[in-house]
Design a protein around this ligand. Structure first.
Ligand code: CP
Length: 324
């Protein structure tokens, strides 16, 4: 695998299905190597600068741990610790970090910030969540679905139902699932449905991949889905809409045991976490035998290992494996 030009990981849409499959394959190899306590030091003497404008448990711990396991170092940089946006421009911060670090990872309030960092950085920038997208989460999600595929099925055979708000996880999942040829259903009240721009991107993916996009407010659409996904009903910056959001989504769009029963006996439950149990999903669903939320969380580490390796090397030999 040869990557001659500088690439950033802002959106899975910027990568072909084959490139995403290469990253999934790298995840498989690195997860096994971690199990065998034999992870090669592929990030040795390298560092990742991690800018966090919002709190994080999984993203921070997984990137920091991945850098350490791979023999490198991660720097946690909150707005309190660095000059970004106060005493220093985005452009200058990106240029300075590029001179010292090998990768920049940023969790930001607005997509423009991570895009601006990428514009001025001379090292790869990874989007660790913004108001529009959460691509590193989705690499973990695809990998977790792949680990739990029903007998004889491939990713493209899956039907995934995302129940709830048009969050950053919803958009990235909508894009990746349709790129992989899956059926993706966004089940959401009309008032909070995904912007047309997202729908157009996903429909375009479907034309190439043979996937299918369903946008509906009818929760009966979970019937016969392989995976049901829940996420928060409001996020940072939406606090003033909290009441209207909770009263619109609750109780109809809460993933309950009844809803999972409707999806089918083998339907799996996923959530990027943190979860507000008894809000977007019940604790019973989170703790059920079909819940794979903690495998999904663990695979954030698997994904970050692969992303740090993929983006810090120009040439990597990955046994290529095309996925259907
Ligand atoms: N899913 C996710 O991004 O978790 P954190 O907010 O804890 O990083």
């Amino acid at each position: 695998l040869h990557k001659p030009t500088l690439r950033h990981f802002l959106n899975t849409q910027d990568f072909s299905k084959q490139e995403l499959c290469d990253i999934l394959q790298l995840m498989t190899l690195l997860k096994q190597a971690r199990r065998d306590n034999a992870v090669p030091p592929l990030f040795k003497n390298k560092s990742v600068a991690m800018i966090f404008e919002q709190p994080s448990t999984r993203t921070r711990v997984s990137f920091e741990t991945a850098a350490t396991i791979l023999g490198g170092h991660a720097l946690f940089l909150s707005p309190k610790d660095i000059h970004l946006g106060a005493k220093e421009s985005l452009e200058d911060t990106a240029r300075v970090l590029s001179r010292m670090c090998d990768v920049i990872m940023a969790r930001v309030n607005h997509h423009e910030t991570v895009a601006g960092l990428a514009e001025h950085s001379t090292v790869p920038v990874i989007n660790g969540l913004c108001d529009w997208l959460h691509p590193t989460q989705i690499m973990a999600d695809l990998f977790t679905m792949q680990e739990h595929l029903p007998e004889g099925k491939t990713l493209s055979d899956l039907t995934v139902a995302f129940v709830g708000d048009a969050t950053n996880v919803a958009s990235s999942l909508m894009f990746a699932c349709t790129q992989f040829g899956m059926t993706f259903k966004h089940i959401c009240p009309e008032r909070f449905k995904a912007p047309q721009k997202w729908i157009d991107i996903a429909l375009n993916n479907c034309e190439t991949s043979g996937g299918k996009l369903v946008i509906t407010d009818d929760t009966n659409a979970v019937k016969n889905c392989d995976v049901v996904v829940a996420d928060s009903f409001y996020w940072f910056g939406q606090e003033d809409e909290k009441d209207i959001r909770l009263s619109t989504f609750i109780p109809d769009y809460v993933v309950t045991e009844e809803m999972m029963h409707k999806a089918g006996p083998n339907a799996l439950f996923m959530h990027c976490l943190p979860a507000n149990d008894q809000r977007e999903c019940t604790r019973e669903v989170m703790e059920s035998a079909n819940s794979i939320i903690f495998d999904e969380a663990e695979n954030r580490l698997t994904a970050q290992m692969a992303l740090l390796v993929y983006f810090s090397h120009k040439d990597i030999a990955i046994p290529s494996q095309e996925r259907k």
